[in-house]
Design a protein around this ligand. Structure first.
Ligand code: LLP
Length: 417
């Protein structure tokens, strides 16, 4: 459920007509619904209310400070993957004891910043990283809480670029090798082994890969406990999918039931790192039709948003819904919805049946709240879009549109060039 609905022919976000926001901020822009963000967080936490757990929202999905603050206010922690994400977490006052740090390439300065911030746990992805964290912690006179990110070799049945839990992936340590690395970690003076972590992929629409992964990891947790490791946390990552087109992902309740059953008796606090399911359907990308071009082979609806604003269709061939902001036109057409960028890969939709859009119409690209703005770039020297949040009848600009001056910030022309 989300709060983007039609009132008459006009698309609304909560109590505000999308066309009125376009008139105020111009196009294109990202638009998020505060009520939808809150609803998703609450649905997730209440599904796990019966077991000890921490929700660590995955910052990479949508890292706008107002979005992060919305989640912190509801008790969320964060899954972070870089020093920049730690900086964002600190800006919104996140409890550091609810922050976990994942990623295969943590640098020493990043590790140092995370230790100084007193985060809960590093999800360690290689034997060399164990050594580096131990060394940095020793230098700072601190103990680092760690989990090993275990790669359970399970096929998440999703897009290969976002599958992370198979043997071929760069992520984690293979489950067959994990026990040995846990023993090595135990011998390192500045590490405190407190957890086991796994994240198998993103946009999962079935429960079975999650359950299969837990089956494998359960054994490891039990063995570690028998060996005297004080495993307090089991981090199950993120990955729960959303509906972009006609997918039917498990609801948070279905997901929680399966996970609670699969982890029964382990006596650990569960950690989750949901990203997409929290923000994906809480956001749209609104754009304006610049031109409609009827070609010999294809029709093109050329809009003012492009692959630099929303990379997912170009990068993964993924489906994003295209909806009219005013649905009064009943005629339909089949077209590619494309942006102004000079590449044929610059499309938001291909061969799509859509309303017969006219020049000047507004469109809404749906399910754009996750991995939308966070993956935006300035390609073709396009200033990045503003981000707007609606809360009830309030329109809150939570990121200004970039200016041409922003585009060249930090650049210089050395003398003699
Ligand atoms: N935890 C870790 C360690 C992750 O790598 C990810 C996502 C998450 C949690 C959050 O997963 P989620 O709940 O959002 O599925 N750009 C791609 C998605 C990349 C996902 C990367 N890792 C896309 O647009 O589909």
């Amino acid at each position: 459920m989300n709060h983007f609905e039609y009132q008459g022919n006009d698309l609304y976000c909560e109590d505000v007509a999308v066309k009125d926001i376009a008139a105020q901020v111009g196009t294109p822009f990202y638009l998020y619904s505060h009520a939808t963000l809150s609803r998703h967080m609450q649905a997730f936490t209440s599904a796990f209310a019966s077991v000890p757990h921490i929700v660590c929202y995955s910052i990479k999905a949508n890292s706008n400070l107002a979005v992060l603050k919305t989640f912190v206010t509801l008790g969320s922690g964060f899954d972070m993957v870089s020093g920049g994400e730690l900086f964002r977490a600190q800006q919104v006052g996140c409890d550091p004891q609810k922050i976990v740090y994942s990623g295969v390439g943590k640098t020493e300065p990043e590790i140092e910043a995370a230790l100084n911030a007193n985060i809960l746990m590093f999800n360690v992805e290689s034997p060399q990283e164990l050594e580096t964290i131990d060394r940095v912690a020793g230098r700072l006179g601190k103990k680092a809480g760690i989990a090993i990110r275990v790669n359970p070799d399970v096929d998440p049945q999703t897009h290969p670029y976002i599958s992370t839990g198979m043997k071929q992936a760069k992520f984690g340590i293979n489950i067959s090798q994990a026990l040995e690395d846990y023993r090595r970690a135990a011998a390192m003076p500045n590490l405190e082994v407190i957890g086991v972590d796994c994240h198998i992929g993103s946009q999962l629409t079935k429960l079975s890969p999650f359950v299969d992964a837990i089956k494998k990891i359960r054994e490891l947790v039990e063995t570690l406990k028998q060996e005297g490791f004080a495993i307090k946390y089991l981090d199950l990552g993120g990955g729960l999918g959303i509906t972009y087109e006609d997918e039917e992902p498990p609801t948070p309740t279905d997901y929680a039931e399966a996970i609670i059953e699969a982890t029964k008796g382990l006596d650990v606090t569960l950690i989750f790192e949901p990203g997409r399911m929290m923000v994906g359907n809480a956001g749209i990308l609104a754009a304006k039709v610049l031109y409609v071009k009827e070609g010999e082979a294809k029709n093109f609806v050329i809009v003012d948003a492009a692959m630099n604003d929303l990379a997912r269709p170009a990068l993964y061939g993924s489906y994003q819904g295209i909806e009219p902001v005013d649905r009064s036109t009943k005629e339909r057409m089949v077209a590619d919805v494309v942006g102004p960028i000079c590449e044929s890969g610059d499309f938001l939709a291909q061969d799509r049946e859509i309303p017969a859009f006219k020049q000047g119409d507004l469109i809404a690209v749906s399910s754009a709240g996750a991995y939308g703005f966070t993956m935006a770039s300035n390609y073709n020297s396009r200033p990045r879009t503003p981000e707007v949040m609606v809360k009830g009848d309030q329109v809150l600009v939570i990121r200004q549109r970039e200016t041409y001056d922003d585009l060249i910030k930090g650049e210089s022309i050395p003398e003699g060039i």
